[in-house]
Design a protein around this ligand. Structure first.
Ligand SMILES: Cc1ncc(C[n+]2csc(CCOP(=O)(O)OP(=O)(O)O)c2C)c(N)n1
Ligand code: SF4
Length: 302
């Protein structure tokens, strides 16, 4: 898919309540283009419910169910079953949740739905914090990041949700980033064709919580990929493949220093040089594992 192949139809209408430069809004716009009009969205509390607008008006041009935090994957399961008994098989049921709604409060229902192999696409749109309620830490906040509940920097590492989902042996898992809409689009298209639970984890820079100027959202997302701190990959039927944008980074010399990604954001401004070196070391160690997993049947024989 090239940029010319993208649908001109918009399912996110003008006048959303997103902050200027919101990576989440950008990712949702492109995911919806790929999902198309035969889609039902399930949205737990979070920035997305604000972006959506206040009823009876909505900036989403697809049916949307707003649901309690812990229940999104369970609600999606119910919708899938309801459609199924009516013989409707051409509707994409998609959960669009934040990292708090996924990695913390929604993980139990998500795990249950994945184990039952519910036919849905679950999106975790990861702005690495509870943004909607004022930038509190989540288990997906990266180590070192300032949030209002980690004023001196988070001590614990980021929870690895995509690999947790891989352990459920679902047929499709992918990572994406709002700065790479074509890659996101392709992955949604791929996921749409597969029956069962599909999980797409999207890194979505947030100028408000990450503390950078709103016009730098695409640049910040690109730096996440180019420094290697956010690897793009997919795991399809157990086979792990690093995506084309991240592939060159298997060679350490092709990675930009992680300092470039950290220094552009106010949430990391308190870090000392040795803490930045520490994060660089974690990224290098992660890439050693990624290069071992690349082009391998990750789940065979498990
Ligand atoms: C059970 C429950 N606890 C807390 C809240 C309050 N709440 C609403 S949105 C939100 C944060 C959402 O964070 P995340 O899922 O990461 O989404 P984001 O706002 O960052 O997009 C919280 C804690 C709630 N609505 N329900
Ligand atoms: S707080 Fe961040 S994620 Fe939420 S609407 Fe604003 S920019 Fe988007």
């Amino acid at each position: 898919m090239s940029i010319k192949g993208l649908s001109r139809r918009e399912f996110m209408l003008p006048g959303t309540a997103a902050c200027p430069g919101c990576g989440l809004a950008l990712a949702l716009r492109h995911a919806l283009k790929a999902l198309g009009d035969r889609t039902i969205l399930v949205v737990p509390a979070g920035c997305t419910s604000v972006i959506q607008g206040i009823g009876p008006n909505s900036s989403f041009a697809v049916p949307t169910l707003n649901i309690a935090f812990a229940a999104s994957a369970a609600a999606a399961s119910g919708i899938v079953n309801g459609l199924d008994v009516q013989g409707i098989r051409d509707v994409n049921v998609a959960v669009w949740a934040g990292d708090g709604g996924t990695a913390d409060i929604g993980i139990q229902a998500l795990s249950g739905a994945a184990e039952r192999m519910t036919d849905m696409i679950y999106f975790c749109c990861d702005n690495e914090s509870y943004m909607n309620t004022g930038v509190q830490r989540s288990s997906s906040t990266p180590q070192g990041a300032w949030t209002t509940t980690t004023p001196t920097g988070k001590r614990e590492p980021k929870k690895d949700m995509p690999l947790i989902m891989a352990a459920h042996r679902i047929p499709y898992i992918a990572t994406a980033c709002s700065s790479y809409p074509i890659d996101l689009h392709n992955k949604v298209e791929e996921a749409k064709k597969i029956r069962g639970t599909k999980y797409i984890h999207i890194l979505a820079p947030c100028p408000t919580g990450w503390r950078y100027p709103s016009e730098k959202t695409v640049e910040v997302g690109r730096l996440a990929i180019e420094t290697g701190i956010w690897p793009l990959y997919k795991i399809q039927d157990g086979r792990f493949t690093i995506s084309i944008q991240s592939k060159p980074l298997v060679k350490e010399s092709r990675r930009r220093p992680v300092r470039e990604y950290l220094e552009i954001q106010g949430r990391f401004s308190h870090l000392t040089s040795s803490e930045i070196d520490n994060i660089q070391g974690m990224v290098s160690a992660m890439w050693e594992h990624l290069s071992l997993m690349d082009n391998r049947d990750l789940l065979k024989g498990w």
